[in-house]
Ligand binder design. Structure first.
Ligand SMILES: [Zn+2]
Length: 56
């Protein structure tokens, strides 16, 4: 059964030999982690001087 990389939807090897599983590559793993970290910093009330919030 084919396993898809959660990041890019390419086939991913989820065997033990793939240390980036369930991602297909280190790149996808890092990208996904980056997205997760970004989400974590989007906490309401946590303003970092962003002009974005001023326009909302
Ligand atoms: Zn991928």
């Amino acid at each position: 059964m084919p396993n898809k990389c959660p990041n890019c939807d390419n086939d991913a090897d989820i065997s033990k030999t793939n240390k980036f599983r369930p991602f297909c590559s280190e790149k996808c793993k890092l990208i996904d982690f980056g997205a997760w970290a970004t989400e974590k910093f989007k906490i309401p009330g946590n303003h970092n001087g962003s002009e974005y919030d001023e326009n909302l």
